[in-house]
Ligand binder design. Sequence first.
Ligand SMILES: [Zn+2]
Length: 486
Amino acid sequence: MDRKYCLSLLLLFASPFAHGGKFFAAAGKVDITPDLKKETVWLAGYGAKGRKPQGIHDRLYARAMVVSDGQRTVALVGLDSIGIFREDVERMRRLLGWNGGERYLFISATHLHSGPDTLGLWGRFPGVSGVDKRYHRRMIESIAGLIRDLSSRLEEAEIAAAGTILDPRGLCKDSRDPVVIDPELNAVQIRPKGRGDAPIATLVRWSCHPEVLMRDNFHITADYPGELCAHIEGKNGGACIFQSGVVGGLLTPDSDKTKQSSERQFSESRRIGRKVADAALKILQGASFRASGDLMFESKILRIPVENSRYLLFLPSLTFGHRLMDREGRSLSRLAPYYLALRHLVFFPLPERLSPWIETEISRVRIGPVEWLGIPGELFPELALGGYDGRFRFGHPLIGPSNPNPPELAQAPRGPYLRQKLKGKHGILVGLANDELGYIIPEYDFQATRGRIMEPRPSGTHYEETNSIGPSATRMLMQAYGEMLD
Ligand SMILES: [Zn+2]
């Protein structure tokens, strides 16, 4: 792809570093569980079509903490959802009047696989959206309402952060070679200034797909992040915000899920959620709190092409929650998705000059000692950490002995990797942040069969390519982060 398009970054807005202002904060949650009598939702995740929910096991929430230095304000939201698209985030910002200026909304999804379809990929049939418009509108308005409410009742606060390596064995594993598991657990706590008894919020970031509950589950549940947050809120009070880290690759719960009863799956979800929660609370003990510091945010728009053959075929039903445009950024007509999909189907493949492009957002937030980097999708952990030398394999073979198509590690990118570039001790990489582009795969191992629906797949594990916007996105995103962090 042409380099000048890789550099087509438009600065959205950046708030310069403040000079040690006091912190003010508030946190809370809003129930976003679907009403199964009034809202026709389909469960998202697994395969190409949704599952009709039969009941509710536990409630879904959007949880938020709003922090201000009196001048600038940031809202960090953790959403029990498979993912959220950029246009929805923009809609929330419009509802709040937060499009630019001194306020910034940073929302990330837990990537839940037992909640409503919010991306339009899991309806009754493959290629048919499972999004219920009433539910979707209510979810967006509820989140905006929560942030509005929290912004009106900020109190003076102090913040602490802690991080550790949590041995993933028994908690999370990697289903694709090379085995690279992100073991970093981050925790942040905010409490009223000078009062250590009741936190306002506890934020936990960890990397693993919330899919302890499998495709045979037909009950709505927030999976292990729900258990994690309920455990922390029950023990400590305040709101618990869960942020998903780098889950591509694919990081999945280390529990024997095959042939398990529903009760066993739910008890596994509880076990994993509580274990990670307790580890996060433990590292926060003794952490030192600061009542003032920098508050900064920066956000950039990045234009990238839709290259995935399947996505092109389903353009009319998959709006991606993005406006389609050409490579120069001019909006395409409303009929373009139909025309392009037909052209792709009949005169396969769609020529590169006709590829639709979309805009996504990358972001960086700093509050006192903590710095967040928002990634608009599911980053492969090796792009964040490296680990091609086996340092993050945790007892598993780096390459499975029976892998028929092992990755060529000699071609793998060399460091410094993204986590190292985010130099701070309390650097937090958050996936599915402000957008969901699917998997962000190292280019050297991006293998997809040339075909209308990318089937059959290359041998070995190459499922992630079918749910990725394309290989160019990785190069463009990595370059953009490099520029942002330099
Ligand atoms: Zn995923």
